[in-house]
Design a protein around this ligand. Structure first.
Ligand SMILES: Cc1ncc(COP(=O)(O)O)c(C=O)c1O
Length: 441
């Protein structure tokens, strides 16, 4: 099979018709390209006009094991034939308990753990807020500029990656205080690592806790070990450990949002494992169910709610989603996809670095494992963000058979499935390089 294979430049006639109907009847969200899928297997997407595209988006880091992984499809079909719902918050079934037990074992931290199941990343983080408030009896949270923790009204107060996500939606949950993230390419303090001695972490205790965020009132620090929506920002060595220490020293819970970075994406099972930090609560969603909606907040058993009815929902721990999640974890383990992400990530980073050296408009390349990004600038010296060229490249890419997603102000993220065949990865990168060449011309 030749990939990509473009027969009619996307969006073709069938795609245009569906896009038009969608625009008329579906509420406005974040749609970034008129790609209309008919089928998707592994890392190849077939659109409704018969084009084959290489997928570097994985449905926003959801199909880490590739589209329609046979094991996942089999688990979904088998579970759906038995029962599709039995209100796992009010009654019992084995597959939910088994998934919780498994997650408790693979999430960092010693001792028995408990899992609250929801249906999305936002819901996993909402649960983390409630667990933290209920346990600590404190009301405030620290989060980071550039963070993305979801869009429901609780977690929206923690999200701070784009003003338009918040504009017009005040008031939100009070008590969220944002601190600049460790974005070394654009250090908000104009310092340089390592001579900065992690000033951006130290300032939490030295300034924030002495002024706007008294530690006695802070329940948790929400952190993405690699910022996702904010631009695939990787903090420097030691930063995550410093944040964890500040949390521990002040009896504040460290809440690790692994919704995008989890399940092997960064070349470790959890992105926080690139440091020595151990989170108190870890949240998961996206790739856990390989596309069947599921979210989970995992925490030590002693943080569990003390009585029934404090938090619950209808669909959390849905049996089909749990079966898909167990099959996903099996595939990740049996196929060694965490190690593969690390190894293939090196190859991806190397090719992106070569391109960065060739093109003036690629200011930065950063990432871990198969969670990589390039940031586009007008020129390397001024580092002025250039979202226009980013958008042009993204459009040119899908027209030539490569599916990309933006992030940050002017970056593109490269998040293929962890089991993408190397030749398919290279075919996608060849398309990307041609796009860069055309953009430069
Ligand atoms: C790090 C992170 N947390 C939370 C969320 C919210 O997840 P969802 O869109 O499933 O609500 C996202 C979504 O992109 C995310 O990247």
């Amino acid at each position: 099979m030749k990939v990509p294979d473009i027969k009619v430049t996307p969006p073709g006639p069938k795609a245009r018709e569906i896009v038009e109907r969608d625009r008329t009847f579906v509420a406005t969200t974040t749609k970034s390209a008129p790609i209309v899928v008919k089928k998707a297997h592994g890392s190849v997407v077939e659109d409704v006009d018969g084009n084959l595209l290489v997928d570097f988006s994985s449905g926003i880091s959801v199909v880490n094991v590739g589209h329609t992984h046979p094991k996942v499809v089999e688990a979904i079909s088998k579970q759906a034939a038995d029962f599709t719902h039995f209100a796992g918050t009010d009654f019992y079934y084995d597959v939910q308990a088994r998934l919780a037990e498994r997650l408790g074992k693979i999430v960092p931290g010693k001792g028995p753990k408990k899992v609250f199941f929801g249906n999305s990343g936002a819901e996993a983080n909402e649960a983390a807020i409630k667990v933290a408030k209920a346990h600590t009896k404190r009301q405030m949270f620290l989060a980071f500029l550039g963070a993305f923790h979801g869009r429901t009204m609780g977690v929206l107060s923690l999200t701070a990656s784009k003003a338009k996500q918040r504009q017009g939606f005040f008031p939100m949950m009070p008590g969220a205080v944002h601190v600049p993230y460790a974005y070394c390419y654009r250090c908000p303090y104009q310092l340089t690592y390592p001579s900065c001695d992690l000033y951006c972490a130290n300032i939490i205790e030295d300034v924030y806790m002495k002024t706007v965020a008294p530690p006695e009132d802070v329940a948790g620090i929400f952190v993405e070990p690699v910022q996702g929506e904010g631009g695939y920002v990787v903090p420097p060595p030691g930063w995550m450990d410093r944040i964890a220490k500040i949390a521990k020293d002040n009896d504040i819970l460290l809440i690790d949002d692994e919704v995008q970075s989890g399940l092997g994406r960064t070349g470790k099972m959890w992105a926080i494992e690139h440091s020595k930090a151990v989170p108190d609560i870890l949240t998961i969603a996206k790739s856990l169910g390989s596309g069947i909606p599921i979210g989970a907040a995992v925490f030590p058993a002693e943080l569990d709610f003390r009585e029934k009815g404090r938090h619950s929902n209808t669909f959390g721990g849905n049996p089909v989603a749990c079966a898909a999640s167990i099959a996903t974890l099996d595939a990740i383990e049996e196929e060694g996809l965490v190690a593969r992400s690390a190894k293939l990530g090196e190859h991806l980073a190397k090719r992106l670095d070569e391109m960065q050296a060739r093109y003036e408009f690629i200011g930065d390349r950063r990432g871990l494992g198969l969670m990589q990004a390039t940031e586009f600038v007008t020129d390397k010296a001024t580092k002025k963000a250039d979202p226009k060229i980013r958008d042009r490249i993204e459009e040119d890419a899908y027209k030539h058979g490569l599916i990309l997603l933006p992030c940050g102000e002017s970056s593109i993220r490269y998040i293929p499935a962890l089991n993408i065949p190397r030749d398919v990865l290279d075919a996608g990168l060849d398309v990307l390089e041609q796009c860069f060449r055309r953009a430069a011309a």
